[in-house]
Design a protein around this ligand. Structure first.
Ligand code: NAD
Length: 543
């Protein structure tokens, strides 16, 4: 390991305070960030409780700010404001909505240093992984701005009587969408699901995870600067199990990203109200290295697949199946690359992996590795915490010999730990990749694209990347992204990612004929005529 040790105070956005105030005596002060900057963000939380909860940087444990907490009454206020804003917004032409979306795109690119700094401070991730966040939100904003008409304009459909039944399908906004987001990609997960909701004419009430409120609030500030009406996106703060219920009670649709366990609670609450929800949940994602894989490329991809954001990524890989023919060569390269990774605490470019976000994450990762090693797994790289770098650092870890009795065999670790398995028969590898209850993301390395695509069809995951870890599907916003089985319901991105926020309405205008006997025809004659019509239509191959 070649650890970077300096939590550099000098960085591009200038967020840091020149001299530390003392948050123990001044609740608005912060050692790490300028208190005025933090206050401008936290002022956006709908809160009348007078209570706040401090938030800390995983890099050093330094306080970052105090987050005002919302009550159930505050949630109600947020929905009332959002509803009012939504009515005007739904009447705003698509051109104006797209213009704001494209302004957001540019603003995010211009202010990326500030965004990345804040994401790093809050999440502890390496700068290169934080960069993925503005990148993904900018891609999403541009995509939905450019495809607004394609997805939202009324569309013509085939009428039942050709030429005489004219059918149009309208897309109406649902109303106010509740968004509940996790901490792992705090800027992306805050905005990427809400942007299509806004594009479709909805308002959003958002509850970000408590650990990463500031990154989400910066996103909301940028929305306003880009020209979206201020009240259109409301933010509430507090424990999910307290605010979740009141939010779902008032939402017209819910978009949730987080654990499978919480997703099921949300789904039950939405079912009670008969409102829709999309659930982006956990995974235990497999990567397959086939016998004809380019070994170096696969080893490079495996590092990103397993250790991006210290493995705290829903689409990252925790199980790797490698063909016999390349196993030894591949493992040697993968272990070598992993051992060469630079761990770093700080805002500078140049580190390959940052910290875990919290003690809870560190405890889970430690427990999974200790359990596996205790039951006979071998550590090929990593395998220990690094308190010398920061309170929650853990080395990127490769395990061999993981068996079904070990926790990390089937449970999501959500950390930098991957288990290697050798395979001989591809059909058997596919069956092992499909084992378990999750189905979020998979990756296949092979020089034969056609064969890899055929194997992809057999993998029961919502996204499959060939010769790439996860970026190829995740950044291709025109295609749907989401989980099969226990990894979720519904899809973000693409047409599905925006249509989930609309009610489709079919309007049919009937001319000349009607759907009843005409001109004194008996019911029986009408039935005979309709039967003959159906036969004719089938012969003419009409749909
Ligand atoms: P979590 O379910 O504990 O929390 C996620 C969000 O839900 C937080 O904002 C939390 O406050 C809120 N919440 C918690 N309990 C709630 C309740 N009863 N009602 C309403 N809201 C509630 O998830 P986590 O452990 O913090 O996040 C990590 C998990 O998220 C992992 O399993 C990961 O795979 C998953 N994840 C999935 C995706 C995806 O796109 N599929 C993306 C990121 C993370």
């Amino acid at each position: 390991m070649n650890p970077m040790s300096d939590p550099a105070p000098e960085h591009a956005s200038g967020l840091a305070t020149a001299g530390p105030a003392d948050p123990e005596h001044d609740r608005t002060a912060s050692y790490a960030l300028d208190p005025g900057y933090v206050r401008a963000l936290t002022d956006r939380v709908v809160s009348t409780t007078g209570e706040s909860v401090p938030t800390y940087s995983p890099f050093t444990g330094q306080p970052l700010g105090a987050i005002p907490q919302s009550s159930t009454a505050d949630v109600e206020t947020a929905y009332r404001r959002a509803q009012r804003a939504q009515e005007a917004w739904a009447a705003t032409p698509l051109e104006d909505r797209s213009r704001a979306m494209l302004a957001l795109h540019d603003l995010i690119l211009d202010r990326q240093d500030e965004i990345i700094d804040l994401v790093c401070w809050e999440s502890g991730k390496a700068r290169k992984h934080a960069f993925d966040e503005p990148l993904h939100v900018a891609l999403t904003a541009r995509y939905y701005a450019r495809t607004a008409h394609e997805h939202l304009d009324p569309s013509r459909k085939a009428g039942v009587v050709p030429g005489l039944t004219r059918v149009e399908v309208n897309r109406e906004p649902k109303g106010v969408v509740g968004v509940i987001s996790p901490w792992n990609y705090p800027f992306t997960m805050a905005l990427c699901d809400g942007l299509p909701a806004l594009m479709a004419g909805n308002a959003v009430v958002h509850k970000p995870d408590a650990q990463t409120m500031l990154s989400a609030l910066l996103g909301v500030q940028l929305l306003e600067e880009a020209g979206f009406p201020r009240d259109l996106w409301q933010v509430v703060a507090g424990p999910g199990r307290e605010l979740g219920g009141p939010m779902i009670e008032r939402s017209d649709y819910v978009c949730f990203t987080g654990s499978t366990a919480t997703g099921k609670v949300i789904a039950r609450q939405c079912a009670d109200r008969l409102i829709g929800c999309s659930l982006e949940l956990g995974g235990k994602n497999p990567i397959l290295v086939l016998r004809d894989a380019a070994v170096d490329r696969a080893a490079e991809g495996a590092v990103r697949a397993a250790f991006s954001n210290a493995g705290q990524l829903c689409v990252s890989m925790e199980r790797m199946f490698v063909a016999d023919q390349v196993y030894d060569r591949f493992v040697a390269r993968f272990v070598e690359r992993t051992k060469a990774m630079r761990l770093g605490s700080g805002l500078e470019w140049g580190s390959d992996m940052g910290s875990l976000i919290s003690k809870a994450q560190l405890d889970t990762v430690t427990a999974h590795v200790e359990d596996a090693v205790g039951k006979g797994a071998r550590v090929l790289a990593g395998g220990r915490a690094r308190p010398d770098l920061g309170p929650y650092f853990y080395e990127p870890t490769i395990l061999e010999g993981v068996t079904p009795d070990m926790t990390c065999f089937g449970d999501e670790t959500f950390g930098p730990v991957i288990a290697l398995y050798r395979f001989h028969d591809e059909a058997e590898a596919v069956a092992r990749a499909n084992a378990g209850e999750y189905g979020l993301n998979a990756s296949i390395y092979s020089r034969d694209g056609k064969r890899a695509r055929a194997i992809a069809r057999q993998i029961r995951c919502g996204t499959v990347n060939i010769n790439e870890a996860f970026g190829a599907t995740f950044a291709s916003i025109d295609s749907p992204m989401g989980g099969m089985r226990q990894s979720g319901m519904g899809r973000r991105q693409g047409a599905e990612g925006i249509h989930r926020y609309t009610e489709s309405q079919s309007v049919a205008t009937q001319r000349v004929v009607r759907f009843a006997p005409m001109l004194g025809m008996s019911d029986q004659a009408y039935a005979r005529m309709m039967t003959a019509n159906l036969r004719l239509m089938n012969k003419l191959r009409r749909k």
